[in-house]
Write a protein that binds this ligand. Structure first.
Ligand code: NAD
Length: 241
């Protein structure tokens, strides 16, 4: 059914969350068994509060995340989406992920709603450094003396205008909107699927666990890994071409 929807659609938009990257070895935030937030409080670490008042833990948290990323890479699911973009089957990706794996896998039209962890920038002068710089001993200090922080959107910050503009345009243009690996609990990002559905798009959710928006979806796939679902759909699409 997913393959048929993709083949019939004229403008397919993918909306990905942390579940897209668990098969690359990056833990998600909220799933029952492995979400990293089961043991840590996001408000304490990935927040403007931590940036101002709990810097040691803030830095330790992001250093661990950047270090963890060095050994991870996009998986076949990321690559299938990039291939589908090239073949005109997918128009764009709206992602909540900060790992940059969609672009690394070759997708070109990606709105990174929550920024990226592949860079850090200075809170004072905005100078940009690569993320690995953050792992060095003095890596949290800018040349100007300012404090460096990952270029992600922290709890308490607003989303980047350019990514939001693109996500809005794509949401309204979509006639098929596919959520891949998101609990759909983080607002305002979770408004995009709701707007797409209200605007008449077919709405699909592929997520290991149930989400609060399942009742709105035309197709829901639970208890299946995204990589497997995309590979299966790709096989059917390829045999029909
Ligand atoms: P989330 O952790 O709230 O939800 C992820 C969902 O994906 C869960 O419901 C889980 O059941 C499902 N899932 C996990 N692995 C799956 C798989 N292989 N196949 C199918 N489903 C799978 O994540 P969210 O909704 O993206 O929101 C959390 C926030 O966490 C976002 O703001 C995002 O920026 C941030 N985050 C990003 C990364 C990353 O960049 N890779 C990692 C962790 C968290």
């Amino acid at each position: 059914m997913l393959a048929n929807l993709i083949m019939e659609a004229k403008h397919t938009v993918i909306f990905s969350g942390a579940g897209m990257s668990t098969e690359s070895g990056i833990p998600d935030f909220r799933s029952a068994t492995q979400g990293m937030w089961r043991h840590k409080d996001p408000a304490k670490l990935a927040s403007t509060y931590a940036l101002e008042h709990n810097r040691d833990e803030f830095v330790a948290f992001y250093r661990a995340r950047i270090e963890g990323l060095q050994t991870c890479a996009p998986h076949d699911g990321h690559r299938i989406l990039a291939e589908w973009e090239q073949r005109g089957l997918v128009h764009s990706i709206i992602t909540q992920n900060v790992d940059g794996f969609h672009a690394l896998a070759g997708s070109r039209y990606v709105a990174e709603l929550h920024g990226t962890i592949s860079r850090v920038h200075c809170q004072h002068c905005a100078r940009v450094y690569s993320a690995v710089h953050y792992l060095e001993e003095e890596g949290t200090v800018c040349e100007c003396g300012g404090f460096l922080r990952p270029s992600v959107v922290l709890f308490g910050e607003s989303l980047p205008d350019d990514a939001v503009d693109m996500a809005e345009r794509e949401t309204y243009a979509a006639d098929l909107f596919i959520v891949l690996g998101s609990s759909l609990q983080v607002s305002p990002a979770n408004l995009f699927p709701q707007v797409a559905k209200r605007n008449g798009a077919k709405f699909v959710i592929v997520n290991m666990e149930p989400t609060e928006l399942d009742y709105l979806a035309d197709l829901v796939v639970h208890e299946r890994k995204i990589g497997e679902v995309l590979a299966e759909a790709n096989k059917i699409i390829c045999t029909n071409e």
